[in-house]
Design a protein around this ligand. Structure first.
Ligand code: ZN
Length: 344
């Protein structure tokens, strides 16, 4: 094994018998016991696909969640997903208003939500297992607080305390990496500075695992791609990445394949491990190993090889299974090419 390791951000498409593999938030096709068994089977398949492809750090592919936020927050208290409110979320970058699930009661942590899922994953692989959790700023931005009408900062702070209990429990049970997903860090730069970073640190307090944060521009859906292709201003990273560089966070996942980010923004992270996005999740087309290797070589001008984890840009839930598996193989093959050049 060479210095450059590989992993995916989190989600993989689900098998067709479990839910529609190419649709976000697709409903389950099973229920009750059949759903539970189906999710177990899907996790086992997803782990096997990651190991077969050659991922060094694996996860459950988020096969037990309809969405990276759903499937966790609804265990903290009553949330109405069926009759969402309208909210101006994501800084109105992709649309004027989005559907926001209503928070109907004060949330509480009544014991681990994802512990059994972690145990199942660990029983099915001997590779280090990562668990992904929705971040405070992103959750606050995504829901409508019917209970307290709190500001996003106050809502995020309250949620971070619950998230911290979950993260500690998962780390104590042997999660190698706890990754908190904060796509909103790429939108609310001022808020990251004012409260987002502090609250993220609170979520990680006392967590005895590698602490990771994933920031991105969202799945490769049409509206997001349109925004991404038109954007040329990456200056927000000059604010957020130095803050992360100064934090207790160990690993930072940054989307670079599809976004065209100027990689020099990574220079400030020299003390950290960087999960560099070298797989575009917005297209079905599978990259060649050569393309992946080229992207890794470019990143190596800014991140030293033993701090570099080659990764996808974001989750692959909107992709077909064929494409997602091909992209993982390309990811591993590209990293192996560069590792061979480095003499490993
Ligand atoms: Zn993402």
């Amino acid at each position: 094994m060479g210095p450059i390791r590989t992993t995916i951000v989190g989600s993989l498409p689900k098998p067709e018998w479990l839910s529609d593999p190419e649709e976000l938030r697709a409903p389950w096709r099973q229920e009750g016991r059949a759903l539970e068994q189906g999710q177990d089977d899907a996790v086992a398949l997803s782990l096997a696909a990651q190991v077969d492809a050659g991922m060094d750090i694996v996860c459950d592919g988020e096969q037990r969640r309809r969405h990276y936020i759903w499937g966790f927050i609804d265990h903290l208290g009553k949330v109405d997903f069926e009759n969402p409110a309208k909210k101006q979320s994501r800084g109105q970058r992709y649309s004027e208003e989005t559907a926001a699930p209503r928070v109907l009661e004060e949330w509480a942590w009544n014991g681990p939500v994802l512990l059994d899922a972690l145990r199942f994953a660990k029983a099915h692989t001997d590779r280090p297992v990562k668990v992904t959790l929705p971040g405070p700023m992103t959750v606050a931005d995504s829901v409508y607080d019917e209970v307290g009408g709190r500001s996003d900062a106050n809502f995020a702070a309250a949620y971070a305390d619950l998230l911290n209990k979950e993260a500690r429990a998962l780390a104590d049970a042997g999660a190698a990496v706890i990754q908190i997903d904060e796509p909103c860090f790429n939108i609310y730069t001022e808020e990251v500075k004012d409260w987002g970073m502090e609250i993220l640190e609170r979520a990680f307090d006392g967590v005895r695992a590698k602490r990771a944060v994933h920031i991105c521009y969202g799945y490769g859906t049409e509206v997001v791609l349109k925004w991404k292709n038109a954007n040329t201003d990456w200056s927000h990273y000059n604010v957020t990445l130095p803050l992360i560089a100064d934090s207790s966070i160990d690993q930072i996942s940054v989307e670079t394949a599809a976004s065209g980010v100027d990689l020099s923004v990574l220079d400030c992270l020299s003390e950290k491990e960087v999960m560099v996005g070298v797989i575009d999740v917005g297209t079905e087309e599978v990259e060649t190993a050569q393309v992946v290797a080229d992207r890794i070589r470019q990143a190596m001008e800014h991140v030293q090889a033993d701090h570099l984890i080659a990764c996808t840009d974001c989750g692959m839930v909107p992709r077909s299974r064929f494409s997602a598996e091909g992209k993982m193989r390309a990811l591993a093959a590209g990293a192996a090419m560069v590792n061979r050049e480095l003499g490993s």
